[in-house]
Unconditional design. Structure first.
Length: 470
């Protein structure tokens, strides 16, 4: 099927109204069936009383004269039966041998089962000239000198009035329900539209926003159900904003940091072409090589910072032992390239120093801490990890006095360069450490122990698991 002809999902309003209509239909059918049953039962009870009253009036009018039963049909009996003018009526009075005394001698289908032998009225259904009818049989017993036995009175009528009464009762009960259902549909539509207005306002707000506007959407005037959704969307927009901010910073850093080294390399390369003295040419080539190495380190730090910022938002956070990070940092050969023959020491204990973070990001932070100490510190240099209450520390310490207070206040900024070495300092090392600390809820601490200067990466400590506990 073509994409343009794909079936569109139904709207929320249509789903709610459809559900309400379905509920009303099912409820209406159940109520109609119940009302019809109860209406038929009420109509049967009402007209059964009329039949019984007519039969009792006729039975009360029976008298024995000279051993012969006589019946003086009362008008009241027919006035009762006249309450159902459209129904056909049957009555008959029979003696002990089923001899017809008076009434209509029509063939009836006798009721199934055994007749009552006492004087209690007996109701049964049969057909009257091919039409469904309801009958009552009442027996009056006589014990006189010249007559003894029971005389039965049978009165019946067709079911038209009963059925009409049951239908009227059903319609009378369903009409209010129909009106209530229509009112409920209107209320459902109004409530649904009212509930959809915040979504429509939200859609308008998002459509009118600038493509780069990722500020949180206000949730103070929205229902709780929408607030939960918008809070999740705001968190997602926050992550996007941080990602875009990281990309903007990377572009800004690259433009700021690369412009001067690239220009210097171009000028030095052009000047080398004009040198005829071999000794001067070699010195210029050495300076060009130094510039090239500095540019390579700068590019490495820029890419490392971009990767760290990306991973802090996307990489899962797992339990990490900072002792392993310190040990891995010492086992690498990177420090041999930065400072050949440097005196490095490892100071870790037996107790786990657990945090929940991304191992790669913390490793990059540790690498930049060590690189900063090797470039600007005084050997010997120590690397260690330890617990400090609720915080876990990964630190690098050198034996120097550390930076001045003015320089220390600016450490960690993206464009800060060390005044001691402008040629070979990228100015992004501690910015990477600062970004890692902020991403995992930590901080950077500048400390002055008795024998040197220490920079510590402090992260919230994670309780060790049973397997990692000593």
């Amino acid at each position: 099927m073509a994409e343009g002809s794909a079936r569109l999902p139904s709207s929320l309003s249509a789903r709610v109204l459809g559900a309400v209509v379905l509920i009303l239909l099912v409820g209406g059918l159940l109520v109609a069936a119940s009302t019809l049953y109860n209406g038929r039962l009420a109509a049967r009870q009402s007209y059964d009383r009329i039949l019984l009253g007519a039969a009792q009036d006729i039975a009360a009018s029976i008298r024995i004269q000279s051993g012969t039963p006589l019946v003086d049909l009362p008008v009241s009996a027919f006035e009762l039966l006249a309450q159902a003018p459209e129904d056909r009526i049957h009555y008959s009075v029979r003696g002990p041998g089923e001899e017809l005394i008076t009434g209509l001698d029509e063939t009836l289908i006798a009721p199934q089962g055994r007749r009552s032998g006492g004087g209690a009225p007996e109701f049964f259904d049969a057909r009257l000239n091919g039409e469904e009818a309801r009958f009552v049989r009442l027996t009056r017993r006589f014990a006189e000198r010249d007559f003894s036995g029971g005389i039965s009175v049978t009165v019946g009528q067709t079911l038209r009035a009963r059925q009409a009464m049951a239908l009227d009762l059903t319609l009378d009960a369903l009409l209010p329900m129909l009106l209530a259902g229509l009112a409920l549909l209107v209320m459902s539509w109004v409530v649904t539209r009212s509930a959809m207005r915040p979504l429509e306002a939200l859609s308008e707000d998002l459509l009118q926003r600038d493509p780069y506007d990722l500020t949180p959407v206000p949730t103070d005037r929205l229902p709780r159900e929408l607030t939960v959704m918008l809070e999740s969307m705001n968190r997602f927009m926050g992550r996007l904003d941080r990602q875009m901010e990281g990309m903007r910073n990377l572009i800004s850093d690259a433009a700021h940091q690369l412009r001067t080294p690239v220009a210097a390399i171009r000028v030095q390369a052009e000047s080398i072409q004009d040198l005829e003295d071999e000794a001067a040419r070699q010195r210029a080539l050495a300076r060009l090589l130094t510039r090239t190495r500095s540019l390579g380190a700068l590019l490495d730090q820029l890419l490392s910072r971009a990767l760290v910022i990306h991973r802090t938002e996307s990489a899962p956070r797992t339990p990490l032992d900072l002792r392993e990070v310190a040990l891995d940092l010492m086992e690498r050969s990177d420090h041999a390239l930065l400072a050949p023959g440097a005196d490095l020491r490892l100071e870790i204990g037996e107790e786990p120093v657990m945090v929940r973070a991304d191992a790669f990001s913390v490793g990059e932070a540790a690498k930049n801490l060590l690189a900063n100490a090797l470039k600007h510190g005084t050997p010997p240099i120590a690397v260690g990890a330890e617990l400090r209450g609720t915080e876990a520390a990964l630190w690098v310490q050198d034996s120097g006095a550390g930076p001045t207070p003015e320089v220390a206040a600016r450490l960690g900024q993206r464009f800060e360069r060390s005044s001691s070495s402008r040629e070979d300092s990228a100015g992004l090392g501690l910015a990477i450490v600062s970004a890692v600390a902020a991403a995992f809820g930590g901080r950077i601490a500048l400390e002055h122990p008795e024998n040197g200067f220490r920079i510590s990466l402090l992260l919230p400590a994670e309780p060790p698991s049973e397997e990692e506990a000593p």
